[in-house]
Design a protein around this ligand. Structure first.
Ligand code: LP5
Ligand code: MN
Length: 252
């Protein structure tokens, strides 16, 4: 898959964006919906971008559960059929590793990627980096993104890793219950700085679970929806040749 730093190539292909599926064994309907989506809707696209938190928690590629195997196989079928699939790590699945990407045929993107979307310079990211008012989270993020700490974590037996991840989740749930919605939303200045850094006019991200298209100072920020076990999910479609270039489609 090619990512362009300059507006030198107009992408005309259909591109799909999804994020925040939070796949987990206790949410089988979402897994089934996603696998069906990969076998049907996604097959007609040229590129699929998964902007983080595909999995509710990823503690290592060696955690060989039926869910991981099924998802990996479904992604492999999609990429083998010729659809490019790229994944941005989220705050739950940043440990997705080489074995996962090799097996699934997906490409791992950096935390921030510039993509030419039908002529518009677009920054793709999970979205957690934009929540700069959430100082406690940003500190936690720096901590768990330390490569040495990640390696130490991955060297632990699976049972220990599972317990540690559970501990992090518990601490996170207590912490988020005490935070305001404003603190957990994006910081407008951070959004502006990020766009300026890439000389972009648009961004697509997830993480906040607050789907909307924001227009600020001539720049568009498209926020993806989280997938819900009962109500289903949503895909953001870019179809450069269509009248309605950008649209959202429900996955039920
Ligand atoms: O995802 P969500 O919406 O629940 O909350 C996020 C932020 N929380 C997180 C933590 C994740 O949920 C934990 C996932 C673990 C799975 C991966 C495996 C771990 C690998 C470790 C490799 C070294 O991302 C939350 C934000 C919220 O989004 C909104 O943006 O607010 O942030 C927090 O809640 C962080 C807390 O504020 C501070 C951190 C508390 C935990 C500290 C534990 C340190 C002690 C370690 C002891 C072993
Ligand atoms: Mn997230």
């Amino acid at each position: 898959m090619r990512h362009h730093r300059k507006n030198n190539c107009i992408v005309t292909a259909v591109i799909l964006f999804i994020s925040d599926l939070h796949l987990a064994p206790e949410r089988p309907a979402t897994t089934a919906r996603f696998i069906h989506f990969l076998r049907t809707h996604a097959r007609h696209a040229q590129q699929l971008y998964i902007l983080g938190d595909l999995f509710d928690a990823w503690i290592g590629d060696d955690d060989d559960t039926p869910l991981q195997r099924d998802i990996c196989a479904a992604l492999r079928d999609l990429t083998a059929a010729g659809v490019d699939c790229a994944i941005v790590p989220g705050n739950r699945d940043f440990l997705l590793g080489r074995a996962f990407f090799r097996t699934s045929g997906c490409q791992r993107l950096r935390d921030l990627t510039l993509l030419n979307c039908g002529g518009e310079s677009t920054v793709l990211l999970h979205g957690d980096l934009l929540c700069s008012d959430d100082v406690a989270y940003q500190r936690f993020r720096r901590h768990v993104h330390n490569p040495l700490l990640q390696q130490l974590f991955l060297w632990q037996p699976l049972a220990k890793r599972r317990a540690l991840a559970q501990h992090y989740r518990q601490r996170s749930m207590t912490a988020t219950a005490e935070k305001t919605l404003e603190i957990m939303d994006v910081n407008p200045a951070t959004v502006a700085t990020t766009l300026r850094r890439f000389d972009a006019t648009q961004m697509v991200h997830g993480h906040t679970h607050r789907p909307a298209d924001h227009l600020d100072n001539g720049a568009t920020r498209r926020v993806l929806a989280a997938w819900d076990e009962v109500n289903g999910g949503e895909v953001l479609v870019l179809e450069p040749a269509a009248v309605n270039k950008w649209h959202r489609k429900s996955i039920i």
